[in-house]
Design a protein around this ligand. Structure first.
Ligand SMILES: Cc1ncc(COP(=O)(O)O)c(C=O)c1O
Length: 330
């Protein structure tokens, strides 16, 4: 679809670039639908920011409903290529939910059993989706968050390593490489390489590290900002407060231009604004990404610096509809 602010020739340039796909087009399984998500222009939320455009990569359009379809697929394909994954092994990992949903979907489509460790306070909708795909769940201490799930997962793996394929999304380079090879390339194409800033929250850090490394290589003038929860105990599901969490091995803080801290309430507020002003039902971490992007946009507008900021809608709102904040007064 044509965006009036991006000249048409950019689309032709983009077509010449053609984003590589993680999975072959010719495949007719649901997995061929992973990637090539839309880039949405948030016009209303930026109406008071002269010269600043904000676009959001709508990863909720992936078939598993989140950004994690990309790394999960890449890690599984990598496991198959290296021989670490075969049909005698069970896919095992710790996940706050979305990577698990992606593993469960891909496992079902490619004929693997999937076992997941996740904190017992993961939303009921998430657990229901995982069970619907046929995954078996090990629920861990909610007080220990995803770190508790990681510890339990390691124990299970070490008790019988030959029985499992343990991709370990926190340490696996195929996680960030999925974004290096696909997400970043799509963003460059969809903006006609006009983007000036990129903002993404840190969970495993795969999205931020992969996209940032590619932009640094191909468009080195683009400034990339990470975002984290402002406090250790937060409601930003999928994100880590790095100062107090187990730091993922793939995380590289040195590549960030800067970091934004976002409170859970700010994210809730932005989720509602996205729904009510832009018609986009997004998850909580997407609200946090947007809060950080708007803070950056306000800073740039005040300095009179034109900008095209790209951020990520990591998932949709479906899994969070039972949360109380929807009923809170604005
Ligand atoms: C909803 C949500 N947002 C953000 C993230 C963070 O993405 P990444 O792991 O690539 O840092 C995740 C990761 O699981 C997530 O589930």
């Amino acid at each position: 679809m044509e965006n009036p602010r991006i000249p048409l020739r950019h689309y032709y340039n983009c077509m010449a670039l053609a984003a590589p796909r993680l999975y072959p087009y010719a495949d007719t399984t649901v997995l061929a639908q992973i990637g090539n998500t839309p880039l949405l222009h948030l016009r209303k939320l930026t109406a008071n920011l002269p010269g600043v455009e904000i676009y959001a990569k709508a990863e909720s359009f992936n078939p598993g409903g989140s950004v994690k379809d990309r790394p999960a697929l890449n890690m599984i394909l990598d496991g198959e290529r290296t021989g670490k994954l075969n049909h005698q092994r069970v896919i095992l990992d710790a996940t706050s939910g979305n990577t698990g949903i992606a593993y469960a979907m891909i496992g079902a489509a490619r004929g693997y059993k999937v076992k997941l460790c996740l904190p017992s306070n993961a939303s009921p909708e998430r657990r229901q989706i995982l069970r619907a795909y046929g995954a078996s769940l090990i629920l861990t201490d909610p007080g220990q968050g995803t770190d508790g799930a990681i510890r339990r997962c390691r124990e299970i793996y070490e008790s019988d390593p030959d029985h499992y394929f343990y991709p370990d999304q926190y340490s696996n380079p195929a996680n960030w490489k999925a974004h290096f090879e696909s997400t970043a390339v799509e963003i460059m194409e969809q903006t006609g390489r006009r983007l000036t800033h990129f903002v993404a929250g840190l969970g495993t850090s795969g999205t931020f590290v992969g996209v940032t490394r590619r932009l640094r290589r191909d468009l080195p003038h683009v400034k990339c900002y990470s975002m984290q929860p402002a406090t250790p105990f937060h409601g930003l599901e999928g994100l880590k407060h790095m100062a107090t969490a187990m730091v993922p091995a793939i995380y590289d803080p040195s590549i960030a231009e800067g970091n934004f801290e976002v409170e859970t309430e700010q994210a809730y507020h932005m989720v509602k604004r996205l729904a009510r002003e832009e018609g986009i039902l997004a998850g909580i971490s997407a609200g946090a990404n947007l809060a950080a992007s708007l803070a950056l946009g306000e800073r740039l507008a005040a300095a009179g610096e034109p900008a095209l900021i790209v951020t990520v809608i990591c998932d949709g709102a479906e899994k969070y509809l039972s949360e109380e904040f929807w009923n809170d007064p604005d």
